[in-house]
Design a protein around this ligand. Structure first.
Ligand SMILES: [Cu+2]
Length: 158
């Protein structure tokens, strides 16, 4: 009886030692997040009331996995709403349109940057000055929610 138990225990240890190394599950990454100061005036937005403070959040999404994913929404405690937007140029006129989701291909990357994709913060409830940090949560269809610590900075200092 003791011998059987000892063999079982030995077997258990061997199985554990030979197991594959534990790696964190593959997930999408978000890099270089930053946002413009609310006072420096993010581009005006058609859906905004006059005098409402706004900001825009930028970052790079890196998908090093073999599965496509998509960004489907964002939230932040410092604004009434956070919307996925894209700035489109029609001739000399730039206008922003809401985007329901942004696909990130497998082994691909998508850059949110001034003049293109951004997270529009509308109804910002506090002064977003350079040097401050805000929490922004991005919601991905497969990778789930991810909260970023986003510094407020001017484009040039990036
Ligand atoms: Cu916008």
């Amino acid at each position: 009886m003791y011998r059987v138990l000892s063999v079982l225990i030995t077997g258990l240890f061997v199985a554990t030692a030979c197991g594959a190394p534990v790696t964190p599950s593959a997930r999408i990454r978000v890099e270089n997040a930053w946002a413009v100061p609310s006072a420096a005036g993010a581009p005006s937005h058609s859906g905004m009331a006059g005098g409402e403070k706004s900001s825009a959040v930028y970052f790079v999404i890196v998908n090093a996995t073999n599965t496509p994913d998509a960004l489907s929404g964002a939230t932040t405690p410092v604004a009434a709403s956070a919307e996925l937007n894209e700035t489109l140029r029609v001739g000399d006129v730039a206008k922003m349109v809401p985007v329901p989701r942004v696909e990130v291909p497998a082994q691909g990357r998508v850059e949110f940057k001034p003049g293109g994709l951004h997270i529009m913060l509308m109804g910002v409830t506090q002064e977003l000055a350079v040097g401050k940090k805000i929490a922004v949560t991005l919601r991905f269809e497969k990778s789930g929610a991810m909260t970023l610590d986003v510094p407020i900075q001017l484009e040039k200092s990036k």
